[in-house]
Design a protein around this ligand. Structure first.
Ligand code: DON
Length: 305
């Protein structure tokens, strides 16, 4: 665990007292009920040592962090063919933007903006018999954790209020890049976003992106080395929407955020770290989460750069 433990304790105490200028996401009504003072960190190293502080064992809605998991499963099914449906370029736009889709003829810029993740969900619907159950089984196998589940209240709350996603899905379908029924695609998308995990569980489930030799409890490989390299690359360039450059600049690790206030970051061959603090900055990324990770990689000299 090197000196990670001491640094995490020290940076946690430091960041806890910083005035948080962020705001809890409330455009999904159910998310607004979360206690904004929650703050947790968990690190899992490649040799499966764990360390956590604060609220690291409380479940929360991982929201867009789930986009790594849906991308991974779709990539397993389609391999490089996947890139015919969704690109791998940073968008430089907010996560829910409709702007570029018209110029790009319905091909989303990358799998981590909402438009891209919706297309990925459509790809999965074409492969899975029971999409919600099969996706959950996949997540449970990677993490060796049968307690993982959707938060039905959050999913249904977003279903009632996710008008931009409805627009995105219909717009993409008008270009022929959604093959299944719009309602089914969105229902699946909202459930994947509602997946609940603790920081500890998040830091465990993404070990397959740090460890080239990772195999599941059932003896399955998740991604090839080349595929894992590419998922990490998309996280580095697109994981924080129009703040991806800022995250690379300040933290220097591949990562992914969600509007539930969670962030995961990967140090290939070393560790996965997860942070949760629900108040978000103007770009929709956890204010304290980013600050914590910036101080952590600086103090441990563990940016990839
Ligand atoms: O579709 C949405 O708007 C949410 N379910 C997920 C957005 C999200 O987490 C973006 N993250 N920073």
């Amino acid at each position: 665990m090197k000196n990670y433990k001491e640094v995490i304790e020290c940076v946690y105490a430091d960041v806890k007292n910083v005035t948080d200028t962020g705001k809890v996401a409330d455009y999904i009504p159910e998310l607004a009920f979360v206690d904004p003072t929650n703050f947790g960190i968990s690190i899992t190293t490649i040799d499966k040592q764990n360390f956590g502080v604060g609220d690291f064992e409380k479940k929360f809605s991982i929201q867009s962090v789930s986009k790594i998991l849906t991308l991974t499963l779709a990539y397993k099914f389609e391999d490089a063919k996947l890139w015919d449906r969704v690109d791998v370029e940073p968008s430089g736009n907010p996560f829910n933007s409709l702007l570029q889709l018209e110029a790009d003829f319905g091909k989303p810029r990358n799998p981590f903006i909402n438009a891209g993740a919706i297309v990925i969900c459509d790809v999965l619907l074409s492969h899975l018999k029971n999409p919600k159950a099969d996706f959950l089984d996949f997540c449970r196998e990677i993490s060796n954790n049968t307690s993982l589940n959707y938060n039905v209240k959050v999913a249904e709350s977003e279903k009632k209020s996710g008008f931009r996603n409805v627009a995105l899905c219909n717009f993409i379908k008008s270009f022929g890049n959604i093959k299944n029924d719009v309602e089914e695609v969105l229902d699946f998308y909202f459930y994947t976003c509602s997946l609940e995990m603790t920081c500890k569980e998040l830091s465990e489930i993404f070990l397959f992106l740090t460890d080239d030799n990772f195999i599941t409890i059932k003896g399955n490989r998740i991604l090839t080395m080349s595929q894992a390299k590419r998922v990490n690359a998309i996280m580095l360039t697109c994981g924080f929407y129009d703040e991806s450059g800022e995250f690379a600049f300040r933290v220097g690790l591949p990562g992914k955020s969600g509007v539930g206030g969670g962030i995961v970051a990967i140090h290939p061959d070393q560790f996965c770290i997860a942070v949760w603090s629900p108040k978000l900055n103007k770009k929709g990324n956890s204010f304290k989460g980013m600050l914590f990770l910036e101080k952590f990689t600086t103090k441990t000299a563990s940016s990839i750069f």
